[in-house]
Design a protein around this ligand. Structure first.
Ligand code: DLL
Length: 436
């Protein structure tokens, strides 16, 4: 693929120059929140800090962390750093419990956010010749609006489909010759399945690339989607609190996502002690947004478990890379004392030739955790004998035991019996929470 950048100078900026740019922006941002957000001023004062104590990125670690609960406590306007008259947009998380998080944007914030998404689209080969189908949800969710804006900036013909109505998605995809598909990986897998059912082969569509994110997905799932749609599948990461998609994006190397460091400074910390960990170590990802005007976040704890790497990338970008987040520290299940990430189950299933359609059900009976995994059979297996099914279940139990260190009960269920998701998939039903 020809090397293309949306903002070459930034994307290939030498490290020292990027540090200098970050330092300048960080100092300005700290002054901005000190002057405009009483919450931040109080937090800094608690630590005996004033803006004069932050002179460069080297001083970042002195600043206090903020977390989701702070955002909820300050709902709705407590963290706003610009007058309402300067704000043009909100987006919000899909959170089902507690107060929602609402993020605010000035026109400039929207503009920079769309640049980040345009970088992601350009990195997968997108140009003004492309037809970009945006099948992330529109509305309060950031996926649709973010990639829609990025697609416009690149000059693609943008299909603002939103998620759902799969038949219509496929009709537009085929009739208009979509070349880039943007949606969650679980919806991409579902579209792949639906295409096959409608009698299409992977080569029948014009798609060349997909930009999939908003939920954890494994490399095994990537290969599955690439095969079923006949495309290259790229990862994209972001969160409502920091803007939305485009905080980081994957390039042609497909070995992690370049962080848009001119807007977001990443750190990895030990989630228990808060200590900053050296590059290459696994821990909780923390972001400081250094260009956001309306809703700046200093050292926001994402809860995503991740690794950063500054290893040279063949794409020519110098932006630091983050690995695929392996899950959230708050999505991690502790079952009979063992840490279990849904992504580990997914890895086993795809390795064993199953689809990524599964659901984990955890409960507590007589003070002991029960751990069940429902997995869809492949259509070929469905006609198989009961004995065959039992043997297949036993094989999966062993593979999961090897991966996790605890034994689940595996139940093979009929193909298509687990509800498909048009947005983020629901992988876990934790009934223990209901009894607590
Ligand atoms: O999911 C923003 C987004 C939209 C990203 C479209 C990519 C594409 P939230 O709904 O606020 O925002 O959820 C943010 O989703 O903290 C991660 O736990 C998870 N997440 C997002 N992207 C990825 C990814 C959007 N590529 C939360 N891999 C984040 C793994 C992801 N997890």
């Amino acid at each position: 693929m020809e090397k293309r950048y949306y903002q070459r100078e930034i994307e290939t900026m030498p490290y020292e120059q990027m540090r200098a740019l970050q330092s300048e922006r960080l100092c300005k941002q700290v002054r901005h929140v000190w002057d405009n957000v009483p919450f931040y001023r109080a937090k800094m004062e608690e630590k005996g800090l004033t803006p004069d104590d932050i002179k460069s990125v080297d001083d970042l670690h002195k600043l206090p962390f903020i977390c989701k609960d702070d955002l909820r406590d300050q709902y709705p306007y407590g963290l706003l750093a610009k007058p309402l008259s300067d704000c043009v947009r909100i987006q919000s998380t899909s959170g089902t419990t507690g107060r929602r998080v609402v993020a605010f944007y000035t026109q400039n914030d929207v503009n920079l956010w769309e640049d980040c998404c345009a970088r992601a689209i350009t990195a997968v080969g997108g140009t003004n010749e492309d037809v970009c189908q945006v099948a992330y949800g529109y509305g309060l969710f950031t996926g649709g609006p973010g990639l829609n804006g990025g697609s416009h900036k690149v000059g693609c013909l943008t299909l603002p489909m939103s998620s759902g109505n799969t038949e219509r998605q496929i009709q537009f995809m085929m009739d208009l010759g979509a070349t880039i598909l943007c949606c969650t990986p679980s919806y991409a897998a579902y579209i792949g399945e639906a295409l096959k059912e409608m009698g299409y082969k992977p080569e029948d569509n014009k798609l060349k690339a997909g930009i999939f994110g908003a939920e954890p997905w494994t490399n095994e799932m990537r290969r599955d989607i690439e095969k079923s749609l006949g495309i290259k599948a790229y990862d994209i990461y972001g969160l409502t609190e920091t803007t939305g998609p485009g905080v980081s994006f994957e390039c042609e190397e497909q070995t992690g996502m370049h962080v848009n460091e001119d807007h977001f400074i990443p750190e990895i910390i030990d989630p228990d002690t808060g200590e900053v960990l050296p590059e290459g170590e696994k821990g909780e990802l923390v972001f400081t947004s250094i260009t956001k005007e309306a809703f700046p976040l200093l050292r926001y704890r994402t809860r995503d478990i991740c690794v950063l790497s500054r290893k040279k990338c063949s794409c020519g970008r110098t932006l630091i890379k983050m690995a695929k987040p392996m899950g959230r520290s708050d999505d991690m299940l502790i079952i009979r004392g063992v840490n279990v990430f849904p992504s580990q189950i997914e890895t086993v299933l795809l390795k064993e030739g199953y689809s990524p359609n599964y659901q984990i059900v955890v409960d507590r009976v007589n003070n002991t955790d029960t751990f069940d995994v429902n997995v869809e059979m492949t259509p070929e297996m469905f006609s198989d004998t009961v004995k065959g099914t039992q043997a297949a279940e036993a094989k999966l139990v062993n593979a999961m035991l090897n991966m996790l260190g605890i034994r689940p009960s595996v139940h093979l269920v009929a193909p298509k019996s687990i509800t498909r998701s048009e947005g983020k998939a629901v992988r876990v039903v934790d009934k223990r929470k209901l009894h607590d």
